[in-house]
Design a protein around this ligand. Structure first.
Ligand code: ADP
Ligand code: MG
Length: 582
């Protein structure tokens, strides 16, 4: 039989809301730390016991809650952060829904002790499973302490969903680390069962910030990540991304912050993934730490009660902006350091004459040194800068074991993997041809390429990419193609053979290809097949040409599979080998 319709009691409403807001102890930590940050705290101390189930205590030195407001703070839909629809549309605080404290209070034992700025004494309020308990004066300096005991004791069904203490603690650690990455100027300390787990002093200088994020991501990341800085109108991107050669087997260590809020956003993650696709081996993942600032009106944070999901008003524009900024940073790669100002070296800025002119983005590389880059515009990566002199990769000394080129550089010795480097040079040129007028070289006699009917299907799919790269090729029957011209830059290679391989390349699953239909995969295949093979003897002028080509190629530091193309031995290091003091 159907029950009559009833309005649910307030405590039950809060417990239902708690189901969404407080999925586990770490979510309580998140809500309380968010409140401390919204209150302008510069010091936040977190204590937990038994994975947060027995106790979560967050203590801050923020602006505090006035004694008269304490009861309101635990009332549903009560907030000091927004007051109107307009406020909601432009919200910049982490909280705004006014449901965290009542939700927590409805499923646990909550105590708040707070002293507001300017008040002569603190006051406290206790709530047990939604029932307001004692209230009265207390002792405390300015700030707020919120204590949550016996989480979910009032909803035993929820307790069953908790994982082991260790797992819950791991989620809390992740949460506090994210908070620490979101505000470098705030000090954080996390203690578990009385033992210090995390301790982050306030980090003002870049060196201190690097120490903080290095200890969270890993010291190696801090040592050799690539700085990112780009701006386009109301959107700004800053942060650090891993060198492609430092990729990881798992997609962890990827942090996104939007207007100071840690978010899990598929759109942003995809933009980075696409940008790395050219330089990362399939199935590997980069670590990164990225901060997006955007006009709050252009992003909706009120998508889910936990507020970790967001929605951009113009998602494709944000995606393109982020992708280009990351591609640009990767294209500069480790060469960023050579384009520094103030180092006294012959630094040169990316081509000033190429329109459209965007504002220069400036990032601090090391203390005192500024990296200046021009943010990517309309899909074009800024030209890479090696050194004004041009001879970054130096003078050829010879070929080593049929695989490497040895060169003397201004800084020491360089070993270049000739196949990997040549492959990258060819790939970038093939891509640059696409959409433009690819220079072709006519064959003296057209060549017929025979295929099975099934192969023809795949070939027709890849044909446009090959055509764009400079192959003049037409279908003449169900099982034959006619090749009349090949890209000029491949004239030496056995073009017909490699074309056949390229035509039969199967698409990778990644969607959102900017050349469309797996074209890059086809071009990468062509580049790999056409690049010089091991054991081919190269004449000195061929090797010199390769070095000069490398200097003008973006992303030259890695081959198409993410392996390094060259390494350098600085003279100082060589001197050390010989115990030679300088
Ligand atoms: P919201 O954060 O969405 O406003 P909450 O339920 O988390 O909702 O908190 C309710 C209110 O309690 C906040 O709007 C704020 O005024 C006050 N408050 C909560 N925690 C703190 C704190 N640590 N310091 C100062 N004020 C706080
Ligand atoms: Mg809140």
């Amino acid at each position: 039989m159907r029950l009559p319709i009833k309005v649910l009691p307030e405590v039950l409403v809060n417990q239902i809301a708690a189901g969404e807001v407080i999925e586990r102890p770490a979510a309580v930590v998140r809500e309380l730390v968010d409140n401390s940050l919204d209150a302008g705290a510069t010091r936040i101390e977190i204590d937990v016991e038994r994975g947060g189930v027995q106790l979560i205590r967050v203590r801050d030195n923020g602006e505090g809650i006035a004694a008269d407001d304490l009861v309101k703070a635990v009332a549903r839909h009560a907030t000091s952060k927004i007051a109107s629809q307009d406020d909601l549309a432009a919200v910049s605080s982490l909280g705004f829904r006014g449901e965290a404290l009542p939700s927590i209070a409805s499923v646990a034992r909550l105590q708040i002790v707070s002293r507001a700025a300017g008040e002569s004494q603190a006051s406290q309020l206790s709530v047990t499973a939604g029932e307001i308990g004692t209230q009265g004066p207390a002792a405390r300096e300015q700030g707020t302490t919120v204590e949550v005991r016996d989480l979910f004791f009032a909803v035993p069904a929820r307790r069953k969903f908790l994982r082991s203490e260790r797992t819950e603690l791991a989620h809390i650690v992740d949460l506090v680390e994210r908070a620490a990455l979101s505000r470098f100027n705030v000090s954080f300390r996390l203690r578990c069962n009385g033992r210090d787990l995390l301790d982050f002093p306030a980090a003002g200088s870049l060196a201190e910030q690097t120490t903080r994020f290095g200890s969270i991501l890993e010291p190696q990341f801090a040592a050799d990540s690539i700085p990112v800085a780009a701006r386009s109108g109301p959107v700004e991107l800053a942060g650090w991304i891993a060198q492609p050669t430092a990729s990881r087997a798992r997609a962890d260590r990827q942090y996104w912050f939007v207007n100071g809020r840690s978010v899990h956003d598929r759109l942003l993650a995809s933009a980075v993934r696409v940008a790395y696709r050219d330089v990362l081996y399939h199935g590997r993942h980069p670590a990164y730490l990225l901060y997006l600032s955007i006009d709050p009106e252009l992003v909706d944070v009120n998508v889910h009660p936990a507020k970790q999901e967001i929605r951009f008003r113009d998602s494709s524009q944000v995606h393109a902006f982020v992708r280009h900024a990351i591609e640009d940073a990767l294209a500069r790669g480790s060469t960023a350091a050579s384009a520094t100002i103030g180092s006294g070296a012959s630094a040169r800025l990316p081509d000033e004459s190429s329109p459209p002119q965007l504002p220069l983005a400036v990032a601090r590389a090391d203390d005192g040194e500024m990296i200046v880059t021009r943010p990517a515009a309309g899909g074009q990566s800024a030209p890479m800068v090696r050194e004004a002199a041009g001879a970054y990769f130096g003078r050829v000394l010879g070929q080593v074991h049929g695989i490497y080129v040895l060169a003397e550089t201004a800084r020491g010795l360089a070993l270049i993997d000739m196949h990997a480097a040549h492959e990258r040079v060819l790939y970038e040129r093939l891509k640059a041809n696409v959409g433009g007028l690819a220079a072709s070289q006519r064959l003296l006699e057209p060549l017929t390429i025979s295929l099975t009917t099934r192969e023809m299907q795949q070939a027709l799919h890849n044909l446009p990419a090959c055509a764009a790269a400079g192959f003049d090729i037409t279908q003449i029957s169900e099982q034959a193609l006619l090749l009349r011209a090949v890209p000029a830059l491949l004239r030496d290679a056995s073009a017909a053979v490699l074309l056949r391989e390229a035509l039969l390349v199967e698409e990778r699953s990644e969607a959102g290809h900017h050349l469309g239909g797996g074209a890059e995969r086809v071009l990468a295949e062509i580049a790999c097949r056409a690049a010089v093979k091991a054991n081919r003897r190269l004449a000195t002028d061929e090797m010199t040409a390769l070095l000069r080509d490398m200097e003008h190629t973006v992303r030259i530091d890695q081959c198409n599979h993410g392996r390094p193309t060259w390494v350098e031995f600085p003279l100082a290091e060589i001197d050390r080998w010989f115990l030679r003091g300088r």
